[in-house]
Design a protein. Structure first.
Length: 217
């Protein structure tokens, strides 16, 4: 037979509430509303210390990764590339290819007045091998003859853009002459080509050649 449960007297409910409130006030797991200012301050200190420590740890890890990955003294394309000594480059000699730096280096001779020659320039010039048309690697071809008396041109194998020894465009669909790279020379004539410092090619390419007292003439 079911028995009816009598609801607690209002007086008894008040007693439970008083008991729970008393526990919270004595430092139990109460809400922030029930903590003293000292307890709140300690909680905030612990929380802020945690986040500060986590931030320092993450920043340290990221800094270490960036430091590890940051390129220094890059020796390939995009950085400085050693290219020998000026004494290695005879005036009017064929261009030398440096595959690691993706450039051609030559000592232009103003006496090489043929159409595919120096364009009247004297000195070292570094040309980026990438064709300004669609990016094919441009070879120096000693057997290409653009006119009967002039062998030796830069001739792109993709669409036949053709450039003289100073990289000046003479034929083909390329929008401009071959791009040039900055050359640094020290007192002893050691050559460094800055493959990350590239200038758009132009008809003034010959004037970008640089000289050095030890450069063969
Ligand atoms: S990529 Fe060189 S001519 Fe087109």
């Amino acid at each position: 037979m079911a028995t009816a449960t009598r609801p607690p007297e209002p007086r008894a409910l008040d007693g439970w509430r008083d008991t729970l409130r008393g526990r919270a006030d004595r430092g139990g797991h109460g809400t922030s509303e029930s903590l003293t200012p000292e307890q709140l301050s300690r909680r905030r200190f612990i929380v802020s210390s945690f986040w500060t420590g986590l931030g320092v740890t993450v920043a340290g890890a990221l800094g270490g990764a960036v430091d590890y990955l940051y390129p220094r003294n890059v020796a390939g394309f995009g950085g400085p590339v050693p290219a020998g000594n000026v004494a290695d480059f005879p005036a009017g000699g064929d261009p030398t290819q440096f595959r690691v730096g993706q450039f051609w280096l030559m000592n232009l001779d103003p006496a090489e007045t043929r159409p595919g020659g120096s364009g009247g320039a004297a000195g070292l010039l570094a040309l980026w091998r990438k064709c300004p048309h669609l990016g094919c690697a441009v070879p120096w071809n000693t057997t290409v003859t653009v006119d009967r008396d002039s062998e030796g041109w830069f001739r792109c194998p993709c669409h036949a853009s053709t450039y003289n020894k100073a990289g000046v465009l003479v034929a083909g669909p390329a929008p401009r002459s071959m791009d040039t790279m900055q050359i640094d020379l020290d007192d002893a004539g050691e050559i460094t080509v800055q493959t990350g410092m590239i200038s758009n090619g132009g008809t003034d390419n010959p004037s970008r050649a640089i000289t050095h007292p030890l450069l063969p003439t």
